[in-house]
Design a protein around this ligand. Sequence first.
Ligand code: SER
Length: 550
Amino acid sequence: MMTGDQIRQLFLDYFAAKGSTIMPSASLIPSGDPTLLLTSAGMVPFKPYFLGQATPPSRRLTSCQKCFRTTDIDAVGDHKHLTFFEMLGNFSVGDYFKKEAVAFAWEFVTRHLKLAPERLWVTVHLDDDEAYRLWHDMVGVPPERIYRYGNKDNWWGPPGAEGPNGPCSELHYDYGRELGCADVASPAEVATCQREGHPIDGCHPNCDRCERFVELWNLVFMQFYQDLNKVRSPLPAPNIDTGMGLERTAAVLQGVRTVYDTDIFRPLLARVGELCGVAYGGSRETDYAMRVVAEHARASVFLIADGVVPGNEGRGYVLRRVIRRAVRFGRQLGLEGPFLGQVAQVVIERMGRQYPELAQNHEFILRVLALEEERFAERVTVGGGILEHTFIDMRRELADAFPRMDRAIEAAFTSAPDRTTLIHQVREHIERFFMSPGFQHVLVVGGRDILDEVLRPLRKPLEQLWSDVALPDVHTDARFGQDPSARYQTFIAYLQQLLDDARGALNDLAQRLKGVEAFVLYDTYGFPPELTREIAREHGLGVDMEGFER
Ligand code: SER
């Protein structure tokens, strides 16, 4: 089995043999690049070379770069998303271009990694005939495995608000037909859909409905500079920037389906398992939580080692989010008290040789983690408790109580022997509904204002209903028409409409948290809105973030 460390070395050695200088990984904090929060790709440290602003040590470079992508934090825990990962790359600063880049990539994956060529599928940009010909004529990839996509998939960059970019071409690995969601669409069908902007029927290399294909390597044919106004101009020379995900490559080479089953993550999951007494692979929920803890612990170690400390904005907030998310999922696994340091130890032991900054900052990393965990533990316990046991439970309770009231009122409409009894019964049902203990809890934690705001849309039609039932004389109220015999029916239909409105308001309440609820959690209890969103989602609820912002 080839380990992650071996793959990294093999890659760097291969490109060194092609005349590339091996560059050390730069910091996760991009230097001199105010447009980027964190280093998100292998090319980031080389931007000045590509732009002709600095001279590289060699026109051929290769590296294994620490990368961090913030876009998917909330998705981490599933089978494929990571925040922190290592990107293997080879770079040409005005030296070789498409032909060599394609030839190197193919030689490396087929001869050195020994991947079966028939498992490799290729994508090129819709308009990039040259790349198509290279894969087809020079390398010999059959046409049925070369797909063309538009800008969304096959144009890369700029990273941040401005910088180099260009069309790209990707190598995807095929885990096998049996994992596909459908028969594959042909390259011609996919190209037509892409040109005409239609969704693609059938499976294909960029399919996101199933786990059949995984993108391994992206070759960017960097030809343009895009400025802050999105205007593109040609670069001083065409360049090459490639990126291959180390963790995904390890998964493919180790014959496993996810990055978490590789030698890179298994020891971390094993430590998490020891701590909480749950074996990885036990259940969907615990696996998810264990992956979150392992991934976020690793990511935090690397961020802290590069000098990021928890804070309320920018990089500090990214770090705070991943630590807090890890703590929260740790709690789900039954981990009480600070535990991240114990997972961090394994990360430092395993990766400290490749990344000496981890070992050098060992003490500091553990201290920062412990402090932030303690600070947060209290807030999670209090705020999370209120969210789940007050706001969310209230909805559950209403989901039971409302239909009971609804049915009882409807029954009263038809069965009450006279108006006085009807008034009496409707009032009693509504009062009983509003006495639900759930409402009383909301009152206790959030005060009258929050209760009013949450309930206003529901309360309005019910209060109207109540006062209209009590109208002194339906027979003289002009709203219900002139014909005496039809009046009472119109009146009941009108009351039913009010009940319908209340049902609509309840539905909205049952589907999402109000902005004010998320805000009270944040403002009074220090509970972060993204956690509110995530916990809400686990309960099938959305959050009115616009209302929160307001
Ligand atoms: N910059 C490209 C990417 O991140 C290739 O390295 O995919």
